[in-house]
Design a protein around this ligand. Structure first.
Ligand code: HEC
Length: 117
C-alpha cells in the first residue's frame, strides 16, 4: 500500500512536470502572437503569404522549434536581418526586450504545427 502511494506520487510529479513545460511554451506562443499583432511585423509579414518579408509559416518550416532557434530568431528580430531570405533587409527593433522577442519567435516557430523541443 505504501509502495503504491509512492508510485502514485511519482506519477503525479511526472505529469505535473510535463504539463508545466507544455503550458509554459504554449502561453509564451499566445503572448507572442499578441505582441506580433501589436507591433509593426504585419506590415512586412503575413502568416501564409510572402509580402515584403517571408511568410511566418515559411520561417517556421525553415527552422526546427528549438531553444537555440528561438534565441537566434529573437536576436534577428531585435537587430534586424538581411541576406537570409533575399536582398530585402528586415528593420531592427531595438525597443523590444529579449524576453518579448523570444515570445514572438516562439509564436512564429509554432506556425507549422511543430512543438518546442
Ligand atoms: C520592414 C519590413 C519588416 C518588418 C517591419 C518586420 N520584418 Fe521580419 N523580416 C523582413 C524581411 C525582409 C526578412 C528577411 C530578412 C533576411 O533575408 O535576412 C524578415 C525576416 C524575419 C524572420 C526570419 C529571420 C531569419 O533569420 O530567417 C523573422 C522570425 C521575422 N522576420 C520576424 C519579424 C517580427 C516578429 C517582426 C515584428 C517585430 C518583424 N519581423 C518585422 C521584413 C520585416
Amino acid at each position: 500500500m505504501i509502495q503504491h502511494r509512492k508510485f502514485m506520487a511519482a506519477l503525479l510529479c511526472l505529469a505535473l512536470a510535463a504539463c508545466g513545460k507544455k503550458i509554459d511554451s504554449e502561453s509564451q506562443i499566445r503572448e507572442g502572437e499578441i505582441l506580433v499583432r501589436a507591433s509593426d511585423c504585419n506590415t512586412c509579414h503575413h502568416v501564409t503569404n510572402k509580402i515584403i518579408g517571408p511568410s511566418h509559416t515559411d520561417v517556421a518550416k525553415k527552422y526546427e522549434f528549438t531553444r537555440a532557434n528561438v534565441q537566434l530568431l529573437a536576436k534577428r528580430i531585435i537587430q534586424g536581418s538581411s541576406g537570409v531570405w533575399g536582398e530585402v533587409p528586415m528593420t531592427a527593433h531595438p525597443d523590444l526586450t529579449a524576453e518579448d522577442a523570444e515570445k514572438m519567435a516562439r509564436y512564429v516557430l509554432s506556425l507549422d504545427g511543430e512543438k518546442e523541443k
